[in-house]
Design a protein around this ligand. Structure first.
Ligand SMILES: Cc1ncc(COP(=O)(O)O)c(C=O)c1O
Length: 419
């Protein structure tokens, strides 16, 4: 035993338990045994970024000037390009100097803005189910989370208002995410966000809207930006990512836009922690935003086709599922007979074991997620059809999938640890 007394901080100790641990271990063990797991667990994009973006990256990498420390807030031309995109997509004007900042993926930006805005004694309101970092980042900042059942209507806002009216000290922050991960919940129009702004102003709350799936919309749906709501810039910011619309997840680049004081607070924290994103990535991202609109639409159409395969297939297998109109996920209620008195963590373990398909248990996204699983649309059409077939056979026909000798077929490993 070491003589040293290693004591991790209370920041780590107060983190909620990591509920993907057991499943990830089983997935890892199966992979080690060469089992061909169809991995619909994590929302890790498997398609390539636009060709022009990769070419620009290679060109920029070859430039000796790209390799110095960059600007922590992002180079000005990148922020200007994001402001231009906002104006063309949403009709919203942003000052690239004060109202736009680049982040090392939206997850980093989200985590650090929580650190910049929240501390012990502060409270954030987060809908349940939730994307885990929306809770963890607040906890890591030393602040508290109050969960209210998630919704996209006045009833949800009434629940938020109730907390704001009864909690002392008042909650400081409201965290939103539409299109939502994991539930795929969307809002109809910007009127919802206008009611959010009114509520935030009434109770003195700041708002963070995570807009990671804003560009992944199906059929005729167009997700509204929080920034389109009158007065949004007075109370909040919005996070965007290059990960999903441009398949640049591993590149680690995203943005925060909106309220200049909140952005300044984020810039201050980032200024201490980082030296900016690799400049070649920033330059290639300018090309993505400037020239790759068709690729973004094409990628959304790929997810739409995959959505139809999963939704239609599972419905045929007896599942009751709403077809999502945005995002990368199908949020599926598990029939009581399949749960057989167990929770969805056990159910997901069973699917992994007997159907060789990995999905995320709803419980890992909060108490309100119990009873559901999240299916990520991150494998190709043929693999998704196969996944549905294997699920149907395992659950409805009792046929297990003993494919232990099969070699892995998946192109990319989709086994990164944290969602
Ligand atoms: C809702 C939501 N926000 C943020 C992220 C993280 O995105 P990024 O790659 O920009 O850190 C994800 C990734 O899955 C997400 O689903």
């Amino acid at each position: 035993m070491s003589e040293w007394n290693i004591n991790v901080s209370s920041r780590i100790i107060r983190l909620p338990p990591y509920l993907f641990g057991q499943i990830n271990k089983l997935k890892y063990d199966k992979r080690r045994a060469d089992v061909d797991i169809i991995d619909l667990g994590m929302g890790n994009p498997q398609d390539p970024p636009p060709k022009a973006v990769v070419e620009k990256l290679c060109e920029a990498v070859a430039d000796p000037r790209s390799h110095r420390y960059s600007a922590s807030a992002g180079i000005f031309n990148l922020r200007k390009e994001m402001a231009k995109l906002y104006e063309s997509l949403y009709g919203v004007k942003l000052d690239p100097e004060k109202e736009v900042i680049a982040t090392i993926g939206s997850k980093e930006g989200f985590s650090h803005i929580c650190l910049a805005l929240m501390g012990p004694g502060d409270t954030a309101i987060v809908g349940d189910p939730y994307f885990p970092i929306h809770v963890y980042a607040v906890a890591l900042a030393g602040a508290n989370v109050i969960n209210v059942p998630l919704g996209n209507d006045q009833a949800f806002l009434d629940r938020v208002a109730y907390v704001a009216e009864h909690l002392y000290p008042k909650p400081k922050l409201l965290i939103l995410n539409y299109p939502h991960n994991p539930t795929a919940m969307t809002i109809d129009n910007v009127g919802f966000f206008e009611a959010v702004v009114e509520l935030a102003k009434k109770h003195g709350m700041m708002v963070i809207h995570d807009f990671a799936y804003g560009r992944t919309c199906f059929d005729d749906y167009k997700a509204p930006s929080f920034m389109q709501a009158r007065g949004a810039k007075d109370v909040g910011v919005e996070f965007l990512t290059m990960s999903k619309p441009y398949n640049m997840a591993g590149w680690r680049i995203g943005f925060c836009v909106g309220n200049s004081e909140m952005i300044r607070a984020l810039a201050t924290i980032k200024g201490y922690y980082d030296y900016g994103i690799f400049q070649a990535i920033q330059i290639a991202s300018i090309i993505a935003m400037r020239h790759c609109e068709a690729d973004v639409k094409h990628q959304a159409s790929i997810y739409q086709t995959r959505r139809d395969i999963v939704v239609d297939g599972l419905r045929r297998a007896g599942w009751e599922i709403e077809s999502p109109r945005a995002g990368m996920f199908v949020w599926a209620k598990v029939a009581e007979k399949h749960l057989a008195g167990q929770g969805t963590i056990d159910f997901a373990m069973r699917l992994l074991d007997e159907a060789e398909v990995a999905v995320s248990p709803g419980r890992a996204f909060g108490e309100q997620g119990e009873g559901y699983v999240r299916v990520a649309l991150v494998e190709n059409e043929q693999r998704l059809r196969q996944a549905v077939k294997q699920i149907d056979r395992a659950l409805n026909k009792g046929i297990k999938f003993p494919s232990a000798s099969k070699k892995k077929k998946t192109g990319g490993r989709n086994d990164v640890e944290k969602d």
